[in-house]
Design a protein around this ligand. Structure first.
Ligand code: CA2
Length: 145
């Protein structure tokens, strides 16, 4: 059974509460529910983790070295700023998928730069909540090879 972790960064716990035009009306709980259902159907051991704290995300990435087969990350605003998250991901030997709910390339210029992309196998962005399932499906295919 493949083990996949999905990490969600700062402010994603607020999904569904504000900025619905940008991020949709679904909550983080809704996202976690659809991901859990997908994991059960596809025989994946799924770990879900959200934090607003950069160091907690770094800790989780570090522990994923030993206990995960693949990592999916929506690092939120840290995508564009965090050298610490970039460095932690770079050390991993497992595949990494970068995920965003919105299309960061048709938004403000400061979102066009991602420090995660340099260490990710691929990027999924702009597909709303469906991006989470798309990422799980992509990771499943990578791990089946
Ligand atoms: O599109 C994405 O998934 C982002 O990673 C979301 C981040 C943003 O900083 C990235 O540039 C793109 C922000 C998540 C904030 O989510 C909120 C949800 C509801 C209300 C306020 C913020």
């Amino acid at each position: 059974m493949n083990k996949i972790i999905i990490l969600n960064g700062p402010n994603l716990n607020l999904l569904g509460e504000r900025e619905e035009s940008q991020y949709g009306s679904f909550t983080l709980k809704d996202v976690e529910k659809i991901c859990t259902e997908y994991a059960i159907k596809n025989d994946i051991k799924l770990t879900l983790f959200q934090s607003n704290i950069e160091g907690e995300l770094v800790d989780k990435i570090q522990t994923s070295r030993d206990n995960q087969d693949g990592l999916i990350i929506n690092a939120g605003g840290y995508t564009h700023t965090s050298v610490a998250i970039h460095d932690a991901l770079k050390i991993l030997k497992i595949p990494i998928i970068e995920l965003h709910i919105s299309n960061i390339y048709n938004r403000e210029e400061f979102r066009h730069k991602s420090l995660i992309s340099k260490v990710a196998k691929g990027i999924i962005c702009g597909f709303g909540a469906n991006g989470y399932i798309m990422s799980l499906n992509a990771m499943k295919k990578i791990l089946e090879k």
